[in-house]
Ligand binder design. Structure first.
Ligand code: PFF
Length: 455
C-alpha cells in the first residue's frame, strides 16, 4: 500500500480531539464503567482506573497515533507501510477484522437505545412495574424483527456520516454530537444528585473501599480502560492518519483520556444516586440500562410523568449519541482500509462495510432469540463475538502495537512523532518508551490471561 502524502486531514486540532474522544466515549462508559466502579470499591476502583489510563492507556494511545500519523494509512495498511515485506501487516489486518466484528454486535445494542428512546418519548414506561420492565426487555431483545429494524436505522445513520467523508462526516458530526453529549450528561447528573437520598448512591460510587481491591480489580480496571479508550484495534490509529503534522499526540491522548473518564464518572453519578433514591439495587450488564433504569426513571418521578419521560428520553439520546460516535469510528477502520487497499471509491467501500456489518448484526440479534440454540463453545453467537473480540483480539492486537512501536519501529520515527520532529520538548519520552517496551506488554498479558481465567 502506498503512503499517501496528500491524505485528507481533520480541519482543526479540536476536530481531531473530538473525533477521537467520540470513538472512546461509548456504551462502555455509560453501561459498563458505573457497574464496574460501584462493585469494585467505588473511588478505589476509579483511582486504579485513572492509574491504568495514565501509565498504560495513554502511552498505547500515543503509540497507535504514531503508527497512523507516520504511515498516513488506515490501520489495515499502516503496518505494511512502516514495516514493508514483514509479517507485521497481519497486525493491521487483525485490527480491521476486530473492528468489523465488534461493529456487528455493538450496533445491535446501539439499536436497542433507539427502541428505548421511542418508548421514553411515547410514554411507554408509564405505570409499569419492575416485572413489566423485565418482560418488556426480554420480549424486545428476543423479537426477530424490531431489534433488526433499529439496528438497520443505526447502520444507515452511521453509513450516511461515513460517506460524507472525514471532514464533512466524521469531524463535523463529532463537533455537533460531542457538545450535545456533554450537556446531556451534565444535566442528567445534576438532575440525579438532587433526588432525595441521592447521597447514598454517591457513597456507593465514590466512597473508597480498599477492602474490595483485589488483583482482579486491577485487571478489571485495565480491561475497562482498554475497551473504553478504543485501544487495540487501530480505530485511533486510523483517525491519527488524518491528524495534521502539528497535532500534539500526547496532548491529544491526554484530552481523550480526560474526556472519556469524565463521561464515565458522570454516568455513574447519573445512575447510582437515581437508583438508590428509589431504593433499587443496581444490577449489571444490559439489565442496568434497559431494565433497572427505565424503572428508576418511572419511580423517581412517578407523580410527574412528563419529567419522567423527559429524563428517560434525555438518557437514551445520550446513550444513542455515545454509541453513534463509536460506531462511526468502527466503520471508518474498515471503510478506509477497503478504500485504500482495493482502490475502490469511499462510497463503495462504505457500502460493503455497512452491508457486511449489518449481516453480522442480524445474526447477533437473532442469536439472542430464535437462534439462541446455535452455540460456539457454549456461547450464543452474540456472546461468542463479544468474547472473541473484546477478550482475545483486542488485547492481542494492543500488545502487538505496543511491541511494534516500543521494539521494532525506528526510534527516530518514534521520537520524531512524539515531539513533532523537534518542535516539542518530549520530557516524558524515556518514560513513554519504557512503558511501551515493558509495562504495557506485561500489563496486557496479565489482562489477557485473567480474562481467559488462566490467571
Ligand atoms: N470505546 C467504545 C466504548 O467505550 O463504548 C467502544 C469501542 C469503540 C471499542 C471503538 C473499540 C473501538 F475501536
Amino acid at each position: 500500500m502506498q503512503r499517501n502524502h496528500e491524505r485528507i486531514s481533520f480541519g482543526s486540532k479540536l476536530g481531531a480531539i473530538l473525533a477521537a474522544a467520540g470513538s472512546a466515549v461509548g456504551l462502555g462508559n455509560i453501561w459498563r464503567f458505573p457497574y464496574e466502579a460501584g462493585n469494585h470499591g467505588g473511588a478505589a476502583f476509579i483511582l486504579i482506573y485513572l492509574g491504568c489510563i495514565f501509565i498504560f492507556g495513554l502511552p498505547i494511545m500515543v503509540a497507535e497515533f504514531t503508527i497512523g500519523r507516520r504511515a498516513k494509512a488506515s490501520t489495515g495498511g499502516s503496518f505494511g507501510v512502516l514495516a514493508p515485506g514483514t509479517q507485521w501487516k497481519w497486525v493491521g489486518y487483525l485490527g480491521v477484522l476486530t473492528g468489523f466484528l465488534i461493529f456487528g454486535y455493538y450496533s445491535v445494542v446501539a439499536g436497542w437505545t433507539l427502541e428505548y428512546l421511542l418508548q421514553a418519548l411515547t410514554g411507554g414506561f408509564n405505570n409499569k412495574s419492575a416485572d413489566d420492565f423485565v418482560s418488556m426487555f426480554t420480549e424486545f431483545s428476543q423479537d426477530p424483527f424490531r431489534p433488526i429494524l433499529w439496528l438497520s436505522v443505526f447502520m444507515i445513520v452511521t453509513h450516511f456520516v461515513i460517506v460524507k467523508g472525514v471532514k464533512n462526516g466524521i469531524e463535523k458530526s463529532s463537533k455537533v454530537l460531542m457538545p450535545v453529549l456533554f450537556i446531556l450528561v451534565i444535566l442528567l447528573a445534576i438532575c440525579s444528585v438532587t433526588l432525595p437520598n441521592a447521597e447514598k448512591g454517591l457513597d456507593f460510587l465514590l466512597k473508597p473501599d480498599f477492602g474490595k481491591v483485589t488483583s482482579d480489580v486491577f485487571l478489571g480496571a485495565m480491561g475497562q480502560a482498554f475497551f473504553s479508550m478504543s485501544l487495540g484495534m487501530g480505530c485511533l490509529s486510523t483517525y491519527a492518519s488524518y491528524f495534521g503534522k502539528d497535532t500534539r499526540l500526547a496532548h491529544t491522548a491526554m484530552s481523550v483520556g480526560l474526556i472519556d473518564t469524565f463521561v464515565a464518572v458522570l454516568a455513574g453519578v447519573i445512575i447510582f444516586p437515581a437508583a438508590f433514591s428509589v431504593g433499587i439495587n443496581p444490577g449489571s450488564g444490559p439489565s442496568l440500562i434497559f431494565i433497572t433504569l427505565p424503572n428508576v426513571f418511572e419511580q423517581a418521578f412517578s407523580s410527574m410523568p412528563l419529567l419522567s419521560s423527559a429524563c428517560a428520553s434525555a438518557f437514551y439520546i445520550l446513550l444513542a449519541l455515545a454509541a453513534l460516535t463509536s460506531t462511526i469510528s468502527l466503520h471508518e477502520v474498515s471503510t478506509a482500509f477497503f478504500h485504500e487497499k482495493f482502490r475502490i471509491s469511499r462510497h463503495k467501500s462504505a457500502t460493503i462495510v455497512s452491508v457486511g456489518c449489518w449481516s453480522i448484526g442480524v445474526v447477533s440479534s437473532l442469536a439472542l432469540g430464535d437462534w439462541s440454540g446455535y452455540t460456539i463453545c457454549g456461547l450464543n453467537i452474540f456472546d461468542a463475538l463479544d468474547f472473541l473480540t473484546a477478550k482475545i483480539m483486542l488485547p492481542v492486537s494492543g500488545l502487538l502495537s505496543a511491541v511494534f512501536v516500543g521494539w521494532y519501529l525506528d526510534k527516530n520515527i518514534v521520537k520524531g512523532e512524539a515531539t513533532n520532529y523537534g518542535n516539542l520538548k518530549g520530557t516524558f519520552y524515556p518514560v513513554y518508551i519504557f512503558i511501551l517496551k515493558f509495562v504495557a506488554p506485561i500489563g496486557i498479558l496479565l489482562i489477557f490471561f485473567n480474562e481467559l481465567s488462566l490467571f
